[in-house]
Design a protein around this ligand. Structure first.
Ligand SMILES: [Zn+2]
Length: 323
């Protein structure tokens, strides 16, 4: 069964540790070429994440360095992993030639400048979240106590993303920001790595109303394996608990909107038996014991395939000229 994964932090880890290799089995990375190949994860989103501790004026540069690693150390000559920027390319993904989507986790790297958004787009970035957990020039993150929504710049960012034809990721965004984004008439939206708050009451998880809104908007919800977002106490999180989130999201009508969003290489604690991308079969097998294969196939591949085929259209700048 082919699989898609909506979030990993390999690029951040490689930026921290320049010596490690995506193609080295013993690199210590959760997501390596070998692990993806083993689990038939043939489409993987690679997030660029610039932590808050990087001073504002150096965030663009930090993101550029991670993107350089993406090209130099992951894509290389494109024979084993290739950059996906349009929907048509999804059908080219295979266990030996893996498609890679480049995304920005937070608009911090834009440094308040729309020109940098366009630059990232031209470098192949097709998806972006407005924030990580904290506030930046675009919006408040979910852990910002004042709970603000989008700034004026944030509204310009989503308009420009819509014009360019990018996907917006609402994981990490404040609740107010989430609802403001959902008001946008045609921006494709994904929560790339968030679970259900009704099942595990963590602030990073989605409330039922948010899940329903994502379903209504034809968006995606990426089930994540972060133990803290799966079960309380997190030390006891198991694959069974992850399935409770699937069950609940399906009860809300999300059967055609669920995908996987591991957050591998962004987490230290792991769910037993699901500790790296090479162990994904343990989740697939557990799902196949409970659900018909057609359903599991939807979550593993079909739902994401439909979404990205449609929204990573073969356009470039689709509407008006840049302002
Ligand atoms: Zn994250």
């Amino acid at each position: 069964m082919l699989v898609m994964d909506a979030h990993c932090d390999v690029l951040y880890k490689m930026w921290l540790n320049p010596g490690i290799s995506f193609y080295d089995t013993d690199s210590g990375l959760d997501v390596t070429y070998e692990n993806l190949e083993k689990s038939k994860i043939v489409f993987q989103t690679f997030a660029v994440w610039v932590p808050d501790k990087v001073p504002v004026g150096q965030r663009f540069e930090a993101a550029i360095k991670q993107i350089d690693d993406f090209y130099e150390k992951v894509i290389q000559n494109g024979q084993k992993v290739f950059l996906v920027t349009s929907g048509e390319q999804l059908s080219e993904c295979s266990p030996t030639r893996i498609g890679a989507l480049l995304s920005l986790e937070g608009a911090d790297a834009l440094q308040g400048d729309l020109r940098f958004l366009r630059t990232f787009y031209r470098l192949g970035v097709r998806q972006m979240g407005l924030t990580w957990n904290h506030a930046n020039e675009a919006a408040d993150g979910i852990k910002e106590e004042r709970g603000g929504g989008l700034t004026r710049f944030g509204r310009q960012v989503i308009e420009e993303m819509s014009r360019l034809g990018m996907v917006l990721d609402v994981s990490h965004l404040s609740v107010k920001g989430f609802w403001e984004v959902m008001e946008h008439p045609d921006l494709p939206v994904i929560a790339s790595h968030s679970n259900s708050r009704a099942i595990c009451p963590h602030v990073r998880n989605l409330e039922d109303e948010q899940i329903k809104a994502l379903i209504q908007k034809n968006g995606l919800i990426g089930l994540t394996y972060v133990p803290y977002f799966v079960h309380f106490p997190h030390t006891e999180a198991r694959i069974d608990h992850l399935i409770k989130h699937i069950e609940h999201i399906c009860e809300l009508g999300g059967e055609n909107h669920l995908i996987f969003g591991s957050d591998f290489d962004g987490i230290h604690d792991k769910i037993a038996q699901l500790e790296n991308a090479g162990q994904l079969n343990n989740l697939i097998d557990a799902l196949l014991m409970r659900y018909p294969e057609t359903l599991v196939r939807k979550w593993a591949w079909d739902n994401g395939y439909q979404f990205y085929s449609k929204h990573l259209a073969s356009q470039n700048v689709k509407k008006t000229e840049a302002k």
